[in-house]
Design a protein around this ligand. Structure first.
Ligand code: AMP
Ligand code: ZN
Length: 449
């Protein structure tokens, strides 16, 4: 079959390249997933949305897609959280993963095909580390196993850094047991209070990078199609994954395309837990910003560009989606222009421009089917738009009129306060009219009457 070409930007070759799956008709992709110790912040959603859209496109174009997104459930940040709170580690990771699932689903992301947890792949990690020691790419020292960076010629190629840059840029841990300061941990010892597994090097736990090398190999094989994450993972995480995997299985090639998204910014700086300038996906949802609106805002910027989250963008997106939802009908097929944009390096802003064009023609069936490729205008995401903002305001106003007629002044005042809090400007007079004032948020009136 003559298949349309998908083009993607490969971080290793630093150019947009045509994509052909290594196995005919089967696309295999791996996204580095969350470390489960805290709620996802808004930035964490960016790569999930990108990979969800990519998986939708691949499923459209190919018979079979295996999309793997791992869960890092063994990590020193999780251990630290358990120590701070006195809670059980498993309780923390289970609860956090549940939140992550809820939040990502609220943003319209479908579940990946496989979601491996690092703690379920410890034997595979140990086996890979043993192989790396046997091939001379790793060495044991004081209960640690380290990857010998100098043993791999390709080190630094993915992130494009020289060894000097890497030493200067990375917060490399200087440790007496390291032969070279750049060598990184594959395995480290655990004390009695820390999760650990028996290994040829004593009781211990894996380093972060080896987790993804072992899980991707177990589930996708020694070579697969697309590997991705935020561009903050290029170094050291992906550089190290690549070194481990390419040395463990020389010649296999590991990922054929490395796909990295740019960061979400807040006022020009990366949103991050360590900078303290973050808000969670749940914060926004709880403020009444619909998940579909958040998704639209993300997709309005190409993944390769930094993206600023602003309330103005969210308001604009909400207005557009309301209009489109009124127009949308079932039974259409995606417009070819939309598929063309998506196949051109996941050009989601280009898709949105096409959706505006289609909406203007009034073809609601093509609009809905086309937007569906972005996970927008799908029925499951539409509850927020069903709630008529006017309807709820009218209902509260009517209750207030009734309360006044019944001389229930306390209730009438309470209802007026609720309207004011929701940003409704009551233009009293004969008919008790109203208009939306600053900070208008009809969701605040839910449950009032
Ligand atoms: P972290 O929260 O730093 O543990 O990162 C978890 C995941 O979220 C990684 O895949 C990062 O690439 C991604 N990530 C973290 N911060 C941002 C951000 N500000 N914008 C986009 N992606 C981010
Ligand atoms: Zn990873």
């Amino acid at each position: 079959m003559d298949r349309p070409t998908i083009r993607l930007r490969d971080s290793l070759r630093r150019e947009v390249v045509p994509f052909t799956p290594l196995e005919p008709d089967h696309v295999r992709m791996y996204l580095c997933g969350p470390t489960v110790y805290d709620r996802a912040h808004l930035g964490n959603a960016r790569n999930v949305i990108l990979f969800d859209v990519l998986a939708r496109l691949m499923r459209h174009d190919y018979a079979r897609v295996t999309y793997v997104r791992n869960v890092t459930d063994v990590d020193d940040k999780i251990n630290a959280r358990a120590a701070e709170t006195g809670r059980d580690i498993r309780d923390i990771t289970e609860e956090t993963l549940g939140w992550f699932h809820d939040d990502m689903a609220a943003l319209g992301n479908l579940a990946p095909d496989v979601e491996p947890r690092a703690t379920e792949y410890i034997p595979q990690m140990i086996e890979m580390i043993e192989g790396l020691i046997a091939s001379g790419n790793a060495y044991e020292a004081e209960g640690h196993v380290l990857f010998a960076v100098g043993s791999y010629d390709g080190y630094g190629k993915l992130s494009g850094r020289s060894l000097d840059d890497m030493i200067a840029g990375a917060r490399v841990e200087v440790a007496p047991y390291k032969r070279d300061s750049m060598d990184f941990v594959l395995w480290k010892p655990s004390d009695d209070g820390t999760p650990g597994w028996d290994s040829p090097w004593g009781r211990g736990r894996p380093g972060w990078h080896i987790e993804c090398s072992a899980m991707s190999k177990a589930l996708l094989g020694t070579s697969f199609d697309i590997h991705g994450g935020g561009n903050d993972l290029l170094f050291p995480h992906h550089e190290n994954e690549r070194a481990q995997s390419c040395c463990a299985d020389p010649g296999a090639g590991f990922a054929q395309i490395w796909l990295h998204n740019e960061m979400l910014l807040v006022e020009g700086r990366k949103m991050s837990k360590s900078l303290g300038n973050f808000f969670t996906v749940r914060d926004l949802l709880d403020q009444g910003v619909p998940g579909e609106v958040i998704r639209f805002v993300f997709l309005s910027t190409h993944y390769s560009k930094p993206m600023d989250w602003t309330e103005a963008k969210a308001r604009e997106a909400e207005g557009i989606l309301r209009k489109w939802r009124e127009l949308a009908t079932e039974g259409g097929t995606p417009d070819s222009s939309v598929l063309k944009m998506l196949r051109d390096d996941v050009n989601t802003p280009g898709v949105i421009a096409e959706l505006h064009r289609i909406a203007k023609t009034g073809d609601g069936a093509t609009l809905a089917a086309s937007a569906g490729l972005l996970g927008l205008l799908v029925p499951e995401m539409g509850a927020w738009a069903e709630a008529q903002p006017g309807g709820i305001v009218e209902a509260v106003l009517e209750a207030r009129t009734t309360a006044r007629a019944e001389k229930d002044w306390a209730r009438a005042d309470a209802l007026r306060d609720a309207l004011v809090a929701a940003g409704v400007v009551v233009t009293d007079g004969k008919g008790a009219g109203w208009e939306a004032g600053p900070g208008f948020d009809p969701s605040k009136l839910e449950g009032v009457v």
